[in-house]
Design a protein around this ligand. Sequence first.
Ligand code: ADP
Length: 376
Amino acid sequence: MDKQLKILILEDLQEDIWLVKRVLTKDGMDFLLEEVDTKEDFVSALKSFSPDIVLSDHSLPQFNSIEALKICQQYQLDLPFILVTGTVSEEFAVNSLKQGADDYVLKSNLERLPSAIKHAIKQREDEKKRKEAELKLRFQNEELLKINNELDSFVYNISHNLRAPLLSALGLVRLAKIEIKTDQYESMTLYCEKIEESVLKLDETLKEILDYSRNARSEIKYETIDFRRVIEDSLSKMKYLTNPSDTRIITDLRQTVPFATDNYRLNVIFNNLLSNALKYHDPKKHDKWIKIETDVDETKAVITISDNGIGIEKEYIPQIFDMFYRATVRSDGSGLGLYIVKEDVGKLGGNIKVTSAPRIETSFEITLPNHHSLVS
Ligand code: ADP
């Protein structure tokens, strides 16, 4: 024991306290002794003195060791407790141990006290370490179970998302083969378009899986960002989406200082949010718009992407960032996009908020820390 040991002794006889001090000093123990002989003083010393161990006589005028032991247990104090007492019956001693005392030492055999104290403290420490290791193991097991379940659901959902467009393309190819045999060529263009759609969808899901795994595995690389370029690149990838050209794109980029973050992840965020804003447009509207705003200062960038599309009903909002969650039958996607966005934003140390008034305005606001001081 390298630190000074704080001993709380519950004893009313001064001679006995003197004897305890003597055997401990003789043993070379470095200790501080707090003496109490009433219940009130005992309880208050547990708090104010915060002992490392309790030595307790069995019976005092208005208090006893079993009651003292129970108080320690009630307060969930993981304190070694040794009974130091005159003669007691073997039955009583065994009973005290059963109730949770660590040891008992007879006053007639006080030389045993130092080794009993050391042993009790060591045992408690070992027990504490064992419990901590057990808790850690249990926690790791729970984590593993959770990851396993997530993996199960991921494999199930992703296989479905990959198989659906594949089977659809296969069906179309078979139809086309039959019709070619009978010289019916009219529907070929339509079949080819449908097959192209399926292949694009397949490609989209595969890209999302790659984005997901890349976010989890690749290092963050800070680069200076040109928001105009990010937006242009992102929009140019959406050409195959239905009618992006009849949607007005409004940009308002407010920036006086450079902004740096991970360019790849930022692109993934823009791609997903912009493609959703286009996909979930309101077909009944003539004036469809998407507004992209950025507000950059020394510490952060606030990026807002809003649209006046169909929007998201209030009750679905809490789930939209979940893996594979789709909030509308209009979705023909995998339900992975916003999950990936949230993961990416988290990895960049930012946060994302969404507000939606269906058919009026839906807005995703992302705040990202500015790391331009890290870019040379
Ligand atoms: P996906 O688009 O593949 O279904 P996402 O994870 O990108 O999956 O989005 C989850 C759901 O959130 C979508 O199914 C859709 O219902 C809703 N959503 C996302 N963005 C918008 C938006 N801008 N407007 C309306 N609904 C949206």
